[in-house]
Structures are given as C-alpha cells and as structure tokens.
Design a protein. Structure first.
Length: 68
C-alpha cells in the first residue's frame, strides 16, 4: 500500500472517531478505506445509471405499445 497524508479539521476528526467507536472500526485507516470504497461504488453506480438512461432515453414524448 502507498501511504498518503490527509488532514482533517478537529471537529470533523472527532465526528469520525465517534462513528468509529459506535461501529467498531479498529483504526482510522480502516474506516477511511471503507468510506472511500463505498464512495467509489456509489459513483460507479451513478455512472451506470446515467449510461442506462442515455441508452434507453428519457423521452418526454408518450409512446403507446401499439406505436412501438
């Protein structure tokens, strides 16, 4: 793994530590890695949905089954 440095405001760091305790994370690194993984999954899901919307279109024109 490649180490990186991240700086947080004291209040935000305290919020992170409180959540870590409630959800039993062992280290800040573990918590941050999982948060980033979750964010990446969310963004990938948004991208996939955008591609589906583009493929299938979001037409404002109403089309009936008969017309199709």
């Amino acid at each position: 793994m490649e180490p990186i440095t991240v700086k947080f405001e004291p209040n935000f760091l305290q919020d992170i530590e409180n959540v870590m305790k409630r959800h039993r994370y062992g280290t800040k690194s573990e918590f941050i890695r999982e948060a980033i993984r979750e964010k990446v999954r969310d963004l990938e899901k948004e991208d996939a949905l955008a591609r589906v919307r583009k493929l299938y279109g979001s037409s404002t024109r109403k089309t009936t089954d008969t017309q199709l």
